[in-house]
Design a protein. Sequence first.
Length: 248
Amino acid sequence: MARPDKVSAVAEIADGFRDSNAAVLTEYRGLTVAQLKTLRRNLGSDTTYAVVKNTLTKRAVRESNIPSDAADKLEVLLEGPTAIAFIGGDPVEAAKGLRDFAKTNPLLIIKGGVLDGKALTADEIRKLADLESREVLLSKMAGALLASLSNAASLFQAPISQAARLVEALRLKAEADPSILRGGAGTPAPAPVAEVEAPAAEAETVEVEAPEAETPAAVETPEAEVVETPAAETSTEESTETAADAEA
């Protein structure tokens, strides 16, 4: 019959696997209590670093939600003094903390771990530590998103600015050549046509008035001849008569 304290310990370890984003198994042989405290502090509040018993941990692995193939690989790593880092935050940050601590404290050995139901080797955990953290990736994604939005805004504004420049160019050209607004450059304006037709109307008026001025002159000329002709003839007769009287 299992002891209640062991059952409680197994359940606690199993909850650690279920509730964490990742778990890293380490060997801490030779590390002092002070060094372990430093390691816990470096890992942060989102990571729990706990010393466990291998037999109880094997049972907890089976009772957790870890797939069987990954559980088999973890059981192989449960040899010698074991401590597990249950990571509740960013796995990359925790892996960096373990890697950096192992560089200054070679007695800490990273055995392997599990991430998203997949077993990880020690080399894979070190590669995970070389990745950029979640905060850095989010910052880069935010920067890329802002750059994309800025480019999109530029693309939307470009046609508007081009249209504005085109309208301004047309306005300036229309001021220089108003015929553009009447049908395009080079199209004759209707105003000059009206100016050409106006003199033609005046010419017709002069031609109508000319016969009226000539008609009185044509009538007066015969009257003057009729008056003058008898007068001339009468004077001749009177001269003839006077000459005859004188001879008599």
